[in-house]
Structure formats: structure tokens, C-alpha cells
Design a protein around this ligand. Structure first.
Ligand code: F6R
Length: 608
């Protein structure tokens, strides 16, 4: 996730900016940069990679100046390069800006600004804003920023200065956080309070559509209509580690709770609900070839493979596109009948998984079109595939994947509409799916309310040695994912089964010490699931069930029921997995395991 730090005051800004950048490292980033001004002269440095690379570029000296801005970038538009790193400046080299978030209408603005003679140095959406400010600038940087804000759409925060307005820093936000740290000697502006608390614990959080103008040690907060907002600083009492985890005990829990936002981020700017269509800019270059695709291989590992399994059902049912999910590590060892209409879609959070990369290369050698659904911009898989869709969910830090899984499912649903509408999907179906997708963030929020109930259930079962997870159709993969989450972080043996399979062997395991977690929403396989639950109950096995809100029948069979909101059948996995993630999390914490870094596992698996 990008990070912002800015300072103006009586101290030297450079050491404060550098310290602030280091405090933001935990959020993940791929490049960094800063700009410091002294007597109208700006010195700027940028580097790809870690802050140490930036320090090397600076050459171990101090940069003089009491005003400056700095940024860690997590690439969204444009790969990690020095040109794309922030701060960005206007054509005159006097206005400098750092930006977090996304400017959705950046392309239209850029086209217009280019026509008006502005020259761009980067591929970023952020640079559009600095040229827009330049366009409106008439001697007051705050006023120019205010006018530019009315032209942009999206979620963002900015910190900006003009090198000829000494000591003046301006900031604004909408949908992306910004906080002021108020010191006796000056003011720090940052996207995250972690970058501030070494200097001061007196902070003011900006609200959406607020601006701050900081000059001569004074700050002035106003709304976008230029009306003053009187705000008093408040004291931060949390320590650094608590702040990085935003008060959650573990990154995994934080990431589970981020899902309403990460789902929103993956959908942002991609849905055209009235037309029942989706817009995926990353596929534009291959759009013609996509209409020729006759068979799709969804290739991935672990959790991402389970997302592929759900995608297989979505694409076949709604886009009439024959699809199969394949474990990437097996792909090369199987005789692949890859013909002209074949396409490979790799799913990977890290974009670095060696097995997935190897499968892509194998397919490419056979002239198969390769696409990626990747979270880390500029990663190996993002670079190797011919086109793709980014998750845009920020870094996932806990080893166990949570928000990446739900985001992958969201993107697979978007791809289903994308391909479906190219093939036979009716307008009404496109509209229905996109409408349900837009309702998902709020339903995910609702689903997170199961937290307390799940914790109670985990407290009851955390000492068991084995667990089964069962589901059918779309939720078969969710059963597999529930089992994987539980085993990897709690070390309790767990297996996922397709409900219909239990009679073919696994039923022999069932007794009073072998609980089963059923995913049983009211969908097309509901009755079949109920029968499987009965089979387990009849053999004395405890049953926990995940059911649709309002369902009373499940409660008559199961020992414990957890309810999730109703949604379209193909989207149920996105909600159903959330209580299973929470269940694994609480089972692990009751067993005192290292939740964020489970033994023997790595976040990015770069060996085959
Ligand atoms: C499980 C988990 C792993 C990853 C797998 C693929 O919680 O995180 O199973 O899903 O290693 O990783 P990516 O998505 O980075 O290719």
C-alpha cells in the first residue's frame, strides 16, 4: 500500500521524512522517493526497491530544507520504476505531489492535458493530478489543489507544495487516510499515524473532503468549499506494533476484517451495472483474442487454486466457457492437449510462485495465450503473462491468504461477466451479477458479524485432532479452503470433501470426536447437503453449519449454526469463506500457534 509523509516546520525535514518512510515499510511497497525544498530549489530522489536503495541514491548526505514530501509506492498504474515513483512534478518543476489511492478518470484527464501541452514523465494516474494543479495555479497552491479536486473521481489523498511558496504544504483527502501530527516545531502529514508518533502523539485525522493548509507552524483545516473546520488534536496512546496492525492482534485478523474494503477495491471502476458489463483495462490489448477463446485453464497453487475451482463453475455455468482448474505444479507433467482456442489464466497473489510461473512458460512455448490475476504489480507473473487483471488490494502480510482469495473470486466473477457478455449471456443476467457484486462489500461487512459466534464455536472445538469441511458445487472449493486455512495455521489435521463423496470412504472416519463443518447455503444443492448432514449426524459426528440467514431447517440438524447473508449462488463462496477464515484464526489462537507466520511456510513460494 502506498505511504505518504510530509513535513514543514523549523526542523530539517529530511531525517523526519526518512524515518517516516521506514515506519511505513510494513505496509509493503516497491519503490520510494522524496523531494525537499530549500530557498525555492527542489532536490528529489527516487529509487526502485527498498528505502536503502533510496538512501544509496542520496549518497549518505543530508538534504537541507525544512519542507519536504516523501512516498513509498505500491504500484497500481504502471510497473515499479523510478519514473513511476513519487513525488511527481508539473512541467515547470515547481509543483510537487505525492498521492495515495486511485484516480479513476485519469485517462480522460491525461488526454485533455496532453492536448493542452502538458508533458508526462510517468505512466501513473497520480501525475495527472500535478498537471491539473499546474493548470489551475495562479499563485496559491491551496486554491489550485481545491479546484483540481473537483475534476477527479476515485479515492485518494494528496500532499503538495509549490517551491515558490516557502514553508507551505497543502493536503487533501477522500477515501484514503491522512493524518496531521502537531509538534511545537512543525507539522507532519502522513497517510498512517505510524509515520508520526516518533515525533508527536498529538494528531488530527482529516475527514473525507477536508483539506489542510500548513504554513509557519500553523495549520488551517477547511472543507472543499473553503469553509474553516475547527478541529482539536487528539492523543494517540497505541504503540507502534499495535498501530501497524491497526489494533488487531494479528495481520491475518486485520486482513480478514479488511475484506469489505478489498472487495470494493477490486471492483472499483470495473462495473457498468446498467449495461450489465464489466471493464477490465488490463485486457484491452488482447480483447480480440479473448473472443476466440474456446477452453480456459485456470492454473494456480494452494488457496489461489481453490479460487480457480470456483471460477471453473462460474465460467461454465454463466459464460458457457469450458474451464478447468489445474494445480500449477502438475501442469508440466501432464500431456496437455493445447489447441488454438486455448487460454491459460494464472491466479497468484504474490505473482512470484515458481510452479505457476513454470506453467505459464510451458503454455507460452506452445503459443497459448496467457493471462494473469495478480496482486503484486510488476511481479514476475504480471510481467510474464500477456495481459491480466490486478487485484488492487494492497499487500497481504499474513502467510495465510484471506483477502487475496475473496478478491480472486471477485475478479473471476468479473471475468465471467466479461466473457459471458462476449458469448451468450443476456443483458439481464449481466445486470443481475454486477448488481450482486456491488452489494458484496456491505454483505461481507454483515458476514464479519459472525466473528463472536465463530470464536465461541472455536473455543468449544479447539482441542480436537481432526476436522472435516464439506460443501458442494460452488462451495466444494470453499470446503477445501476452510480445511487448508485450519491446517496451515492451527496445525490441526483437516480435510475438505465434496459432500457427495463422503459415502465413498470418508464416512468411516466419523465418530463423536470427528466434527464436520458444512457449507450449506440455500442454493441449488441445498437438499443434497442436508442429506449429507443427516448422514453424519446419524453416525454421531458433531456438525457445524454455515447457512443462509433465515434458514430454520439447518438448525434442526446441526449442533451449531452460523448465518451468512443471501447472495447469488455463484457468489456465495465470497461470503462463506469469511467465517471459515475466522474459525481457523480462533482455532489457531486458542492453540497458541504463530498465526501470521505458521511453521515451515513462506508467503512467497519461489522454488518449484
Ligand atoms: C494458503 C496460501 C497458499 C497460496 C499459494 C499460492 O493460505 O496462502 O496456498 O495461496 O502458495 O500463492 P500465490 O497466490 O502467491 O501464487
Amino acid at each position: 500500500m502506498c505511504g505518504i509523509v510530509g513535513y514543514t516546520g523549523q526542523k530539517q525535514s529530511f531525517p523526519l521524512l526518512l524515518d517516516g518512510l521506514k515506519r511505513l515499510e510494513y505496509r509493503g511497497y516497491d519503490s520510494a522517493g522524496l523531494a525537499v525544498v530549500k530557498e525555492s530549489q527542489v532536490e528529489s530522489h527516487k529509487a526502485v526497491g527498498k528505502i536503502e536503495e533510496l538512501q544509496k541514491d542520496i549518497g549518505g548526505k543530508d538534504i537541507p530544507g525544512s519542507l519536504g514530501i516523501a512516498h513509498t509506492r505500491w504500484a497500481t498504474h504502471g510497473v515499479p520504476t523510478e519514473e513511476n515513483a513519487h513525488p511527481h512534478c508539473d512541467c515547470s518543476g515547481r509543483i510537487w505531489l505525492v498521492h495515495n489511492g486511485i484516480i479513476e478518470n485519469h485517462q480522460a484527464l491525461k488526454d485533455q492535458l496532453e492536448k493542452e501541452g502538458h508533458e508526462f514523465q510517468s505512466e501513473t494516474d497520480s501525475e495527472v493530478m500535478v498537471h491539473l494543479i499546474e493548470k489551475f495555479y495562479q499563485g496559491d497552491i491551496a486554491e489550485a489543489l481545491r479546484q483540481a479536486l473537483y475534476k477527479i473521481e476515485g479515492a485518494y489523498s494528496f500532499v503538495v507544495f509549490h517551491s515558490e511558496e516557502p514553508g507551505k504544504l497543502v493536503a487533501a483527502k477522500k477515501g484514503s487516510p491522512l493524518v496531521l501530527g502537531i509538534d511545537d516545531d512543525g507539522v507532519i502529514v502522513a497517510s498512517d499515524v505510524t509515520a508520526i508518533i516518533r515525533q508527536t502523539r498529538n494528531v488530527i485525522y482529516l475527514e473525507d473532503k477536508e483539506m489542510a493548509v500548513v504554513e509557519g507552524g500553523e495549520f488551517h483545516i477547511l472543507n472543499w468549499n473553503n469553509q474553516t473546520r475547527n478541529k482539536e488534536p487528539q492523543k494517540v496512546s497505541w504503540d507502534l506494533e499495535e498501530l501497524e496492525k491497526k489494533g488487531y492482534d494479528h495481520f491475518m485478523l486485520k486482513e480478514i476484517f479488511e475484506q469489505p474494503d478489498s472487495i470494493t477495491d477490486s471492483l472499483r471502476g470495473r462495473v457498468i451495472q446498467e449495461e450489465g458489463k464489466v471493464k477490465l483495462g488490463g485486457l484491452d490489448t488482447v480483447a480480440d483474442r479473448l473472443s476466440q477463446v474456446e477452453n480456459l485453464d485456470l492454473v494456480a497453487c494452494g488457496t489461489a487454486y481453490y479460487a480457480g475451482l470456483v471460477g471453473e463453475y462460474m465460467l461454465e455455468e454463466y459464460a458457457d466457457l469450458p474451464a478447468r482448474a489445474l494445480v500449477a505444479s502438475e501442469f508440466r507433467y501432464r500431456k496437455q492437449l493445447l489447441d488454438k482456442g486455448h487460454c491459460l489464466l494464472a491466479l497468484s497473489q504474490s505473482g512470484e510462485t515458481a510452479d505457476t510461473l513454470a506453467a505459464i512458460k510451458e503454455a507460452q512455448e506452445r503459443n497459448v495465450l496467457s493471462l494473469g490475476v495478480v496482486n503484486v504489480v510488476g511481479s514476475s507473473i504480471a510481467r510474464t503473462t500477456e495481459a491480466g487483471v490486478y487485484n488492487h488490494i494492497g499487500p497481504e502480510i499474513a502467510v495465510a491468504s484471506t483477502k487475496a482469495f475473496t478478491s480472486q473470486l471477485v475478479i473471476l466473477a468479473l471475468l465471467t461477466v466479461y466473457w459471458g457478455r462476449m458469448r451468450n449471456m443476456a443483458l439481464a443476467m449481466g445486470q443481475r451479477i454486477t448488481q450482486e457484486l456491488e452489494e458484496l462489500p456491505q454483505k461481507a461487512q454483515e458476514t464479519l458479524k459472525t466473528d463472536k459466534r465463530i470464536r465461541e464455536i472455536a473455543q468449544k472445538y479447539y482441542q480436537v485432532s481432526n476436522f472435516a469441511f464439506l460443501g458442494r458445487k460452488y462451495n466444494y472449493a470453499v470446503a477445501l479452503e476452510g480445511a487448508l486455512k485450519l491446517k496451515e495455521i492451527s496445525y490441526i489435521h483437516a480435510e475438505g470433501f465434496a459432500g457427495g463423496e463422503i459415502k465413498h470412504g470418508p464416512l468411516a472416519l466419523v465418530d463423536k470426536d470427528f466434527p464436520s463443518f458444512f457449507i450449506v447455503p440455500q442454493d441449488s444443492v441445498y437438499e443434497k447437503n442436508l442429506s449429507n448432514m443427516q448422514e453424519i449426524k446419524a453416525r454421531g459426528g458433531p456438525v457445524i453449519a454455515l447457512a443462509t440467514q433465515g434458514d430454520e431447517r439447518v438448525a434442526q440438524i446441526a449442533d451449531e449454526v452460523v448465518y451468512i447473508p443471501k447472495t447469488l449462488e455463484m457468489l456465495t463462496p465470497i461470503l462463506a469463506v469469511i467465517p471459515l477464515q475466522l474459525f481457523a484464526y480462533y482455532m489457531a489462537t486458542f492453540n497458541s500457534t504463530d498465526v501470521d507466520k505458521p511453521r515451515n511456510l513462506a508467503k512467497s513460494v519461489t522454488v518449484e
